[in-house]
Design a protein around this ligand. Structure first.
Ligand code: 5AD
Ligand code: SF4
Length: 456
């Protein structure tokens, strides 16, 4: 393999799975001499790892390609710049990207980026004609089994990909393919490798992570597939791993074992992202969510019974086709009942090829905007209240990096809140007890318990 040093710039859009995929693309390309660059100017290879979830996300890709054009022209004289589009936009409209943006040399879907070295060579030979958007997810993870380079103390690990739920608003079943789980052995090997490099916290990723059903460890085939609760308990035994999180889950896939894990596995952090999308049963049905608002609330109650301090997070969509004011009020009612620690909320975006896009009763953008503002006011107030409710408590904080101010460190509470504390740099990578003194919408601040007071 060539060892000439080349510069690689990757821009990541969208969800945490894309963040993970970008890291793995870096790993795949490192043996070819590609070293990470901070910006695209002068890079030999630029990869846009794209998101197709909402219209705006997809549009951003084309504007970024426009910005890259002059940089590519400048670089023509000194070795040239290869431009790749990866991720979900690549999967959904690969051939169209090639047509619409001639600046692109290659297109690679989320399940084939392990083939990047071949695709780059092919693009260099054929001048911009390389496209691979097959669905071969097993092949991808087999070929990625090598070393992971890690920075920091918290890492993502994909354990499940794809989705068979077909919510009528969502492109994921089309861009990421059918549900598939990695074998337990493969995941454990990856987490052990991360722990050996100092990682203290892993977040298990999947589009439907609680549908995880991975092949059991070798020699125990008779046990049948493992669920997420089993996987979490097993990972908790790996030396060095102090914290486990997972995201994103679907209410339909909640099982008793996973709920029990919140009660009996202290390394599983008390934070749960469980999207519901809407509060009206009529809209939930039209969305093909396959559960009612009451069923969702019942799950939240069981989680809170298992782990009383659990912080609940979610996703909401306003303005789905057919949503009346009454339906929207039902969303607000559900939000009041759940009382979220944090929640993402979006205006419905009509995605080509999804059933929702063809439905009658599309909602006016202005109405969507008004509803979103009302919902976000309520969610912001809940988030502030949750953060303020931590004041006066002592929380274990995993320190991840220096903070913005001198002498300050940035860490995370068990509830995934950002925490700023004056603390010695040696504490980076460790968990310290912090007395929470102040709270805003996006962060907490405090002092080390038993230590000096923070001046900030
Ligand atoms: N419009 C708006 N929001 C969407 N999401 C997914 N598809 C759409 C869409 N078409 C949101 C959902 C999902 C999150 C990742 O993005 O809330 O949970
Ligand atoms: Fe975006 Fe969904 Fe693809 Fe993640 S899986 S990158 S959120 S479209």
């Amino acid at each position: 393999m060539s060892s000439t040093r080349k510069r690689l710039f990757i821009k990541t859009y969208g969800c945490q799975m894309n963040v993970y995929d970008s890291e793995r693309m870096r790993d795949v390309l490192a043996p070819l001499g590609y070293e990470p660059a901070e910006e695209p100017d002068g890079a030999d290879l630029v990869i846009l790892n794209t998101c197709h979830i909402r219209e705006k996300a997809a549009e951003k890709v084309y504007s970024e390609l426009g910005r890259l054009r002059p940089l590519k022209e400048e670089k023509a004289a000194s070795g040239g710049m290869t431009i790749a589009v990866a991720g979900c936009v690549a999967q959904a409209e690969g051939a169209e990207i090639m047509k619409r943006a001639p600046v692109v040399d290659l297109v690679v879907g989320p399940q084939t980026y392990h083939k990047l070295p071949e695709l780059i060579a092919q693009a260099h030979r054929a001048r911009g004609e390389a496209l691979d958007t097959e669905f071969e997810v097993e092949d991808k993870f087999d070929r990625l089994a090598g070393e992971r380079q890690v920075e920091g103390y918290s890492a993502f690990v994909t354990v499940q990909e794809g989705c068979d739920k077909f919510c009528t608003f969502c492109v994921v079943p089309y861009t990421r393919g059918a549900e598939w789980s990695r074998p337990v052995d493969q995941i454990v090997a990856e987490v052990r490798g991360l722990a050996a490099k100092g990682v203290r916290e892993v977040t298990l990723l999947g589009q439907n992570v609680n549908a995880f059903h991975g092949a059991p460890p070798s020699g125990r085939e008779a046990d049948g597939a493992w669920g997420l609760g089993q996987l979490v308990r097993h990972i908790a035994l790996i030396g060095g791993i102090e914290r486990i999180r997972f995201t994103t889950s679907h209410p339909r896939d909640m099982d008793d074992d996973l709920i029990a894990a919140f009660a009996d596995e202290p390394k599983l952090m008390p934070y749960f992202h469980l999207p519901v999308q809407a509060g009206s049963d009529k809209i939930l049905k039209a969305m093909n969510r396959q559960h009612t608002a009451a069923e969702y609330i019942a799950i939240i109650e069981r989680l809170r019974a298992a782990r009383p301090d659990i912080a609940i997070s979610g996703d909401m969509i306003v303005g789905f086709p057919g949503e009346t004011d009454t339906d929207f009020q039902a969303t607000l009612d559900l939000v009041r009942e759940v009382n979220y620690a944090s929640c993402f909320s979006f205006k419905y975006s009509r995605r080509p090829g999804t059933p929702g896009a063809a439905m009658m009763g599309q909602i006016d953008e202005a109405v969507k905007g008004e509803r979103l503002a009302v919902l976000q006011d309520l969610l912001n107030a809940q988030q502030i209240a949750f953060n303020e409710s931590r004041i006066g408590r002592t929380l274990p904080v995993l320190f991840e990096k220096p903070g913005r101010q001198d002498g300050q460190l940035h860490g995370r509470s068990p509830y995934l809140q950002a925490v700023h504390v004056e603390a010695p740099a040696e504490m980076i990578g460790h968990i310290g007890q912090v007395v929470i003194e102040r709270a805003s919408r996006n962060a907490l601040a405090g002092r080390l318990a038993g230590g000096e007071r923070s001046a900030a």
